[in-house]
Design a protein around this ligand. Sequence first.
Ligand code: FAD
Ligand code: UDP
Length: 404
Amino acid sequence: MGVQYCDFKDVDMDEIDAVVVGSGFAGGVMARELAERGGARVLVIEKRPHIGGNMYDEADEAGILVHRYGPHIFHTNDKRAFDYVRRFTEWRDYQHEVLADWYGTYLPVPFNKNSMEIAFGEEKAARLTEKLIDTFGDERKVTITELREQDDPELSEIADFVYKNVFLYYTQKQWGLTPEEVDPSVTARVPVFISRDNRYFQDAYQGMPLHGYTPLFERMLDHENIQVCLGVEAESVFDLEFESDEEDAPLTVINIKDRPFEGPIVYTGPLDELFLSRFGRLPYRSLDFAYETHDAEHVLPCGTVNFTVTEDYTRITEFKYLTGQESDKTTIMKEYSHSYDDPKKQIPYYAIINAENEAHYGRYRALTSALPNFHPLGRLAEYRYYNMDVIIGRALALADELVG
Ligand code: FAD
Ligand code: UDP
């Protein structure tokens, strides 16, 4: 059948039981679950000209499949999430590897026993590794924060090296902050790994959709009960009513096409923007992507190279490693991080997690607590640093709640 695209002006809201804003994994899974498990007639409203959220991929001019909103590698320990996405596409086994470009020498990231040998030489690395094993155990992951807290001079030497050569400059580029200034959970994503395992992730289930993410979303949203309106911003079609004119007065009704909509509304966009940023804009980091196509089979030694001590971009990804595509050309993508200043032209990619921003977000969230049919879900609406699998898991859990 294919995805049923529609024009918002033609939609009869009397024939819609649930509204989903956004078509990334949060919106895509919810739409499918409400339609299939709940038997609801679902309207998906998506402001971009395509479905798939940040997972959207397409062939570029050279015919290379590229990700348009950052490189996305699927990895999870959540079998339910993996089984769910496996329904919609075949998968290829892919284990992501990342190297840090350290003044022209490559160090495996997460920093591990192999990186240690390259950085310190075999003999010294053996001694330092022994110290790490004695302190933390073998095959263990240690965060840079934890490592820097150690008093032992040899552990401090490792911590200083990794801090200066892997974390400091990359984090400054990515967040405009030092590693001490970002929430420890952010750098904890990439621990020091006392292992020879060079993979970026150790999750039980890892891979890439064989034909790309966009076909996965096309199949997920291909259901007789789902209609998708592209190019429509929720703010422009939702008419919000509040308990009073007070700034903090809770939301009581969402009208769509001049009538209160009483079915479930799953909202996966930025919550502050839905309320026209009445308490000030929530801070995010945005990204610019620069693509280059080369007449070569490969230009990088692995999927991603992080530039941890040089360059003004954070990392380069070569998509063919991720997708397994064969071609005598290859496309790479550099990522440049900057603050999110202009909602009209930029995309909010990363919530900046800290106590102040969470309290700020909490004020927006409180506006929604009196409206039982409104469900903020996803990386933006929940203002969290969630990977795809967590979003899929959270969407399935919300669907369990809503449709049993
Ligand atoms: P999104 O994918 O952002 O989808 C939200 C959708 O809502 C978008 O399509 C947006 O256009 C739409 N929308 C927003 N506001 C409105 C509105 N007002 N009206 C209508 N539509 C609206 N995760 C991994 O697991 N592995 C990775 O390798 C990985 N790499 C990443 C790389 C980068 C650079 C980034 C930024 C993220 C990465 N992630 C990765 C995380 C992943 O992108 C998120 O977990 C996932 O996108 C979350 O899905 P979502 O549906 O919550 O949000
Ligand atoms: N990080 C770093 N150097 C690296 C890799 C990661 O400093 O080589 C830090 C940086 O602060 C980054 C965070 O660890 O934002 C999380 O890295 P991850 O690769 O998980 O980021 P994402 O893929 O989500 O952008």
